[in-house]
Write a protein that binds this ligand. Sequence first.
Ligand code: URA
Length: 434
Amino acid sequence: MNFLDTLVKKRNGEKLSPPEIDRLVKDYVAGEVPDYQMSAFLMAVYFNSLDREETAKLTTSMANSGKQLDLSSVDGIKVDKHSSGGVGDSVSLVLVPLVGAVGLKIGKLSGRGLGHTGGTIDKLESIPGFRVSLDTREFLTGMEKDGMAIMEHTSDLVPADQKLYELRDVTGTVESLPLIVSSIMSKKIACGPDGLVLDIKSGAGAIMKELERARELAQGCVDIGKEVGLTVTALITDMNQPLGRAVGNSLEVREAIKVLKDETSGELREVTVNLVAELLLQSGKVDSIEEGVEFAEDKLASGLALEKFERLIKNQGGNPEIIEDPSLLPTSENRVDVKLDGEGYVSGLDALKIGRAANILGAGRQEKGEKIDHAVGIEIEKKIGDEVPSSGRVATIHYNDDSNLEEAKPLVREAFTLTPSRTAKPELIKERIR
Ligand code: URA
């Protein structure tokens, strides 16, 4: 069967067989299917979807489209985490050392910022000297020795996702549920963990804005995990407002260090600790989420997670002195306070607008491959439910370029909604799907 037949079948809403799906992935990666035909196929999937069996086959074919990581030399329970992408979401920076501290092993492959959302690799590159390109031996050594390593996704791992994601991005097909599920899960399966926790964001700043859609995505990933024998738990967490109080690369590293130093509480810490607790529960190291939360909290309070972070930085060539002296991280030349007219309580803080403003300042890319400014971003002073006095500061913008500031500042102001009476804080962990 040639690709055109497969494409027409999906256009007509028919079910594809496993060999047809396998063939289309192989031929596309080999360059034998042109982008214009694959674009049409993606649009057919967008409208006619894929059922669970088709999605599972697409996922495993994509996972097998390149090299796979072999973690067999690493003893112990190997886990992984994935986020569907958010604003002010530096969870991985805290989670990776915390996983090392609780005695699990994590080898995390991360990406760069995408659209208005930040990326772990960009954040780590704000640490002077930190290497995000590791060879497989270095990556496995980090896991074996200290229980953790992070590196950038390489093109030989799941090349099908790289090619398909780029095409989806320019053909309006990113939002297709089976395509998101196969994209996320193929990358995770190729990394070979024993267990996986997903942080599926829901809200204004998330790819899945409505809770129902986030639930479908979470359930889709958990189902695929079941099909391929990988334990997957998904938390659906709030992304109506930024997760942490820092948005921008080095600012987020500073905030992560504060959490690791046990100097601050808040949503970033709460989500991270709950994700680690899920991994502990999956691995049988604890009997309940409450016990897992207590165990993880203890590793933050004892300083072990911070020690692990220091080791991670050293292992990957970074300067560990940034922990004691965060001023060694890239710092912007200028800062300006953002104040609103009037007073009241914050009832809305649009994560999408904050993410866009951070991008305009230079924290993210407008185009692929563009250089970013690690120093710039937004520090949020007031979040939903907080009181704002008259002329009170709600945020601080860190910037280097005046013309960027001119464009970004109104967006930051618009992101805030004030009301006369206090609004309840949004529920942070909306659902757990196991
Ligand atoms: N994250 C991914 O890895 N893939 C998608 O398609 C969407 C979010």
